[in-house]
Design a protein around this ligand. Structure first.
Ligand code: F6P
Length: 363
């Protein structure tokens, strides 16, 4: 009997999504004699609105190195999962009910979901409703619980490091402070890795609130060592100690009252005011999620995708495929959903950066 599987990519895109889609699909076609794969368009939106296309084996060829996602993606916040699909229709099903309905209508034998943190909360809800769900961890933030590495992360580290490298050559010509603001709202993995790889003098991440005085000390120390320039890598979610002490409400107001468009500019304003030094800010933004996946991400995404296909053939659902101790293993969704993997404060990476004099702003 024909087995039918759905597949979707949800949340922010990243490098390696197409590689992973290709890995799952090719391995399933190899493994099973008679299957159909339905690609839901724009993530959970396609599942909610019954918007899909039946894929053919050739759809999964030629996409190994392609950035973005051939299925499209969108952000469908988990907190809205119990909201009606149509708020103006009192008989409207909830978004969760609508997704279950699409799955049942198509008589799917499984659903493969590629996503990050928010996506996993929704995937777990679908699993609890009895859907046969299997997930793959994607995000440039590398902040998914249960896996040492997400695909997309190493490609973004490569790009962010190139940005710091380029700024470095300019910095050697000018006596200035350069701030590079990198992605990562809740976790500083990307900024930490790129900061170390690019030799940033100051690294600011959400896990370690910084004091402006400690930063000024760090800048002064470099000046006293006759260093012409300083490079600060700051994650978009980094906070000062004052901000970390604020309530959620106070913090929201503080940020919305700021004339700076983002944390990098806000830090520049403060440091310029207090030190009189000339400061330049670079924000590579979505550049970090774009372009071809790195070879590492191609290998990881292929390994995760093919391992997911294996679990599907074994009938093991309700799991995310993750990397643990150099092995790809299934991890129950209930262990993954709702948790964030932040940089541990006793991380060896932080220790080794401190050992070469990198400032984190908490000293
Ligand atoms: O989750 C990946 C990520 O790139 C974060 O690093 C960043 O904060 C966010 O997505 C940006 O989201 P959007 O593309 O929706 O602006």
């Amino acid at each position: 009997m024909t087995k039918k599987y759905g597949i979707l990519t949800s949340g922010g895109d990243c490098q390696g999504l197409n590689t992973a889609i290709r890995g799952v699909a090719k391995a399933l076609y190899e493994e099973c004699d008679d299957i159909k794969i339905y690609g839901f368009l724009d993530g959970y939106r396609g599942l909610i609105q019954n918007d899909y296309k039946e894929m053919k084996p050739q759809d999964f060829s030629g996409i190994l190195t392609l950035g973005g996602t051939i299925l499209g993606t969108s952000r469908q916040p988990f907190k809205e999962i119990d909201n009606p699909v149509d708020p103006d229709d009192p008989k409207s099903p909830t978004r969760l009910d609508a997704m279950v309905k699409t799955y049942e209508k198509l008589k799917l034998d499984g659903l493969i979901i590629l996503g990050g943190n928010g996506t996993h909360k929704s995937a777990y809800s679908l699993h609890k409703r009895g859907l046969k769900v299997i997930t793959l961890p994607k995000t440039i933030d590398n902040d998914l619980w249960g896996t040492e590495m997400t695909f997309g992360f190493q490609s973004a580290v490569n790009i962010a490091t190139q940005v710091i490298d380029s700024i470095h050559t300019t910095a050697t010509s000018h006596g200035r402070v350069f701030i590079i603001e990198l992605m990562g709202h809740k976790a500083g993995w990307l900024t930490l890795h790129a900061g170390i790889a690019g030799g940033a003098d100051i690294i600011l991440i959400p896990e370690i609130p910084y004091s402006i005085d400690a930063l000024i000390e760090g800048l002064k120390k470099r000046q006293s060592q006759k260093k012409k320039f300083s490079i600060i890598a700051i994650a978009e979610g980094a906070l000062s100690t004052d901000e970390a002490a604020m309530s959620k409400k106070e913090f929201k107001k503080f940020r919305s009252d700021s004339t700076a468009p983002s944390v990098g500019y806000q830090l520049a304003q403060e440091l310029e005011k207090k030190t009189g030094q000339e400061i330049r800010v670079t924000v590579p933004g979505h550049f970090q999620r774009g372009g071809q996946p790195s070879p590492y991400d191609r290998v990881l995404a292929t390994s995760l995708g093919t391992a997911a296909a294996k679990q599907i053939t074994l009938g093991n659902f309700g799991v995310m495929m993750g990397l643990q101790n150099h092995q790809i293993v299934p991890i129950p969704l209930e262990e993954v959903a709702g948790k964030i993997k932040q940089v541990p404060l006793d991380s060896l990476l932080i220790d080794s950066a401190r050992a070469i004099g990198t400032v984190f702003g908490d000293e």
